[in-house]
Design a protein around this ligand. Structure first.
Ligand code: GTP
Ligand code: MG
Length: 474
């Protein structure tokens, strides 16, 4: 994989045919793989591998050890080369992979030779773009390959692998089939499904939309969990100034990420970090944010910081509410009410427990009972006491946010959510249609709305935009 190139922005580039190549591996590895795909692939490999006859005679999908040469016959590497023919390949067209000794120098020379022979540098994700265009995979599966590459935890990897295997596609194709049948019924106005051909009334048609709507609503609701699995569970660390938020945040991360000082109001902006964490059943990624302390401030900058803290708490899946045990309950109560966060998504953290007796903490806990926060963990960032326990509790709370039923299809992308929302809008319109023809038209609109999830008829320029976010060589 190479960094995204500026040419990746060139949408029309995806539409130009021809043979493409790219270095598909990261620099610095033991081997480098150059990928080639397109109508001139085998001829080009022939020039570099000792003759077209030789390459033609190769069995597809088998590696052949080859003296790889440039156009003037100079040896480039002792390489392993494999060809894939036509529809039997990833891209759905003739393609090949050249496995080289690692190091960017050799790979770059091989790529340069390919360019000399008329091959062009592939755009980001262009191999996968071609796979979709050639009907080798659906758009959702192509996106799953990118998600698999970017997965940072086992849940995200499992989700991407399921999507790659077509679980989401199967569900959407099933929905599409139901919708096509519904549209046909509306268009014809009669129901052939029953033995006696009978007219289909609008109420009967509407009743048939309910299972489709139910599935769409489930998909819509799955997005927040899907996004959490993929991008991480959002955790905001909040509390009054000097509560020990940054100290707790740093202790959790195991590094000095956020500035800590005895001056109240040290953290001004949101400081975000990713943290891989093991829950009771699975690993997760947390997107954890340290925030500015909440208080009535006249300082313009601090006020902006506090607004950001409030927003972070509101947007967070889980709020870590830090309470300094050396302070009374009053300021904590005020801050909690100011945030108006739900106690269900709150984990309470008592900080600085090294500074007071257990009795003081018990009293504080009972004073805070009205907040209805279920879990309170005693910690000291100074001694490290309770930090491990707090991490375990946080992992347990966050794991609930990413729970899924076996085989349940989850949406993970905003564009997919937008497609499902649009489909639902059309379904709602179908519910109030006054004529079977209008009903059928709304159902057809629903079908079109869901198309981005299948991707067979997504216009090339939209496909190009989606693939420009992939890495080069994929
Ligand atoms: N004794 C002791 N001191 C702590 C502990 N945690 C934090 N402190 C001290 O409390 C002060 C404030 O800590 P911070 O972590 O900066 O607090 P904060 O909530 O991030 O503060 P702001 O960013 O100003 O809102 C610092 O002097 C820390 O050293 C602790 O567990 N025990
Ligand atoms: Mg701070």
């Amino acid at each position: 994989m190479q960094p995204r190139s500026p040419r990746a922005q060139d949408k029309s580039g995806y539409l130009s045919a021809g043979t493409i190549a790219a270095i598909s591996t990261a620099t610095g590895g033991a081997i480098s793989i150059v990928r080639v795909s397109g109508p001139e692939c085998l001829r080009t490999l022939g020039v570099m591998c000792g003759g077209l006859d030789k390459v033609t005679a190769w069995t597809p999908r088998r590696l052949y050890r080859t003296n790889l040469r440039d156009a003037s016959g100079i040896q480039l590497d002792d390489a392993l080369v494999v060809k894939f023919v036509g529809t039997q390949s990833y891209t759905g067209e003739d393609s090949g992979e050249i496995h080289l000794h690692g190091g960017n120098f050799i790979a770059s020379r091989v790529l340069a030779t390919l360019m000399d022979l008329g091959v062009r540098q592939a755009l980001a994700g262009e191999f996968t773009f071609r796979a979709v265009r050639n009907g080798k995979m659906a758009l959702s599966q192509a996106q799953a390959t990118a998600e698999l590459i970017e997965a940072t935890n086992e849940g995200a990897a499992a989700l991407a692998l399921e999507k790659l295997s077509g679980s989401q596609l199967k569900l959407i194709e099933g929905l599409s089939e139901d919708l096509r049948n519904l549209a046909a019924l509306g268009e014809v106005g009669i129901d052939f499904a029953d033995q006696d051909v009978e007219e289909v009334s609008l109420p009967a048609l509407r009743a048939r939309t309910l299972p489709v709507i139910e599935t769409l609503v489930k998909l819509k609701n799955s997005y927040s969990r899907g996004a959490r699995i993929q991008d991480g569970v959002r955790v905001a660390v909040v509390g009054i100034p000097n509560a020990g938020k940054s100290s707790f945040f740093n202790a959790l991360l195991g590094e000095d990420r956020s500035i800590v000082s005895e001056i109240a109001g040290t953290t001004r902006d949101v400081v975000g970090e990713r943290l891989a964490i093991q829950g009771p059943h699975s690993s997760m990624t947390l997107r954890i944010e340290d925030t500015a302390g909440l208080r009535d401030s006249t300082d313009r900058i601090e006020k902006i910081g506090i607004e950001r803290s409030t927003k972070a708490a509101k947007d967070a899946d889980v709020v870590v509410f830090v309470v300094d045990v050396t302070q009374g309950a009053q300021s904590a109560l005020e801050a909690f009410r100011f945030l108006s966060i739900s106690p269900e998504k709150t984990l309470g953290i008592f900080s600085k427990t090294d500074m007071v007796s257990r009795e003081v903490i018990s009293k504080l806990k009972s004073d805070l009972e009205g907040l209805a926060v279920k879990d309170w963990v005693m910690t000291s960032a100074k001694t490290g006491d309770g930090i491990h326990g707090a991490a375990l509790t946080l992992a347990r709370v966050c794991e609930k946010m990413v729970e899924r039923n076996p085989g349940e299809v989850l949406l993970t992308r905003l564009d997919q959510l937008a497609a499902v929302n649009l489909a639902l809008e059309h379904m709602e319109r179908a519910q109030i249609a006054t004529e079977p023809e209008l009903f059928a038209s709304d159902i057809r609109q629903t079908l079109y709305a869901l198309d981005p999830l299948i991707g067979t008829t997504v216009p090339d320029d939209i496909l190009g935009r989606i693939f420009s976010e992939f890495c080069i060589g994929k």
